[in-house]
Design a protein around this ligand. Structure first.
Ligand code: ZN
Length: 342
């Protein structure tokens, strides 16, 4: 390519970029970048909020102001809920009636009690309650479970309590006041067995929970990587214009594509080793890591719990764990750290 044509290509790209920004501004939609802890208006009565993940373990939130009430997306940790409530109050005085947990993890559901105290009912896919029964043994009358474990490191949880969602759906749940429509959906197993999605068909906005993240935040311990790929394929069929992930900045439809590509690539590498001994797979982790880091579209998904991700896929494919039992525990804690443990 000549210098001239490169320059022309560059100017054309820049022009398209400017045109797109002007168009977005004209539509009063903020561009696809976000600032942490700042409410961003995505469309009329529709907001997103990127949580402080590194500092406080908070997830991303969203909210939609209907004619008579507000629907909030994700319960967050108690401190995350308290961070977001004044920002909702800054744009509307309508009652907050529903808080939708995209899944059962603490950074998405442990703030439920705060929402209840503010007048809302926690809503989720039925699988969220099933997952809570499995992991929140303390609440359900057994030995201390995840809430008690996570509470050791969080002051905000000491001042609150677990409140599982009490309004559940199996296939979908629809909120529609004629002006706004939000569909709570479920496409199968992904990050967990109860992943819910919030879809705004009129605006083309999709809130994904941790079934899709934007950065090295995938915790795979409670999900299934093969099913996850299929579930993302189903979500892609919605053809969203804006994708609001569970963690990290929001983006366009490419986010679903890239999140899926990360698992497809990772599975491809592990599959080649599926019949090898655990030690051999363990020894190959660094090579797989560098192969993935070379791929621009998915490199940002490679993070600290990479070995645990390889191990998870290897065990899904019939292999035996190769990390000490404590390490997969650590992967969860690492996730919980990313998700708020000290
Ligand atoms: Zn999360």
């Amino acid at each position: 390519m000549t210098c001239q044509s490169l320059f022309t290509k560059y100017s054309r790209m820049k022009l398209y970029h400017l045109m797109a920004l002007t168009l977005l501004n004209a539509l009063f939609i903020s561009p696809l970048t976000a600032e942490i802890n700042k409410a961003e208006k995505l469309a009329t009565d529709t907001y997103s909020h990127e949580g402080d993940l590194k500092g406080k373990g908070h997830c991303n939130n969203g909210w939609i102001v209907f004619e008579d009430y507000v629907l909030v997306i994700d319960g967050n940790f108690p401190s995350g809920a308290l961070e977001v409530i004044p920002k909702i109050r800054a744009v509307t005085d309508k009652p907050i009636r529903f808080a939708f947990d995209t899944h059962h993890h603490g950074d998405h559901a442990y703030g439920n009690q705060v929402w209840v105290e503010n007048g809302a009912t926690p809503v989720a896919h039925a699988g969220v309650l099933e997952e809570m029964k499995k992991y929140e043994t303390g609440y359900f009358g057994g030995k201390p479970g995840r809430w008690e474990d996570t509470a050791k490191g969080r002051k905000d949880m000491a001042a609150s309590k677990l409140k599982p969602p009490s309004l559940l759906y199996n296939k979908d749940m629809i909120f529609d006041d004629g002006k706004h429509r939000v569909e709570l959906l479920h496409f199968g197993v992904a990050h967990t067995r109860g992943d819910g999605w919030a879809w705004l068909p009129k605006e083309g906005i999709l809130f994904t929970g941790d079934a899709c993240v934007n950065g090295p935040y995938n915790f795979m311990g409670d999900g299934d990587s093969g099913e996850w790929v299929k579930t993302l394929e189903a979500a892609k069929k919605l053809k969203p214009k804006i994708v609001c992930p569970g963690h990290g900045p929001r983006g366009g439809p490419e986010l679903l594509e890239q999140q899926q590509a990360y698992f497809v690539e990772l599975r491809k590498h592990v599959k080649k080793l599926a019949r090898k001994k655990p030690e051999e797979v363990k020894a190959a982790v660094e090579d797989i890591k560098s192969a993935l880091l070379k791929q621009e579209q998915i490199a940002r998904y490679v993070g600290n719990s990479f070995s645990a991700q390889v191990e998870k896929i290897y065990t899904e494919m019939g292999g035996k764990p190769f990390l000490p039992a404590k390490a997969s525990e650590d992967a969860h804690h690492q996730h919980a750290h990313a998700h708020g443990r000290p």
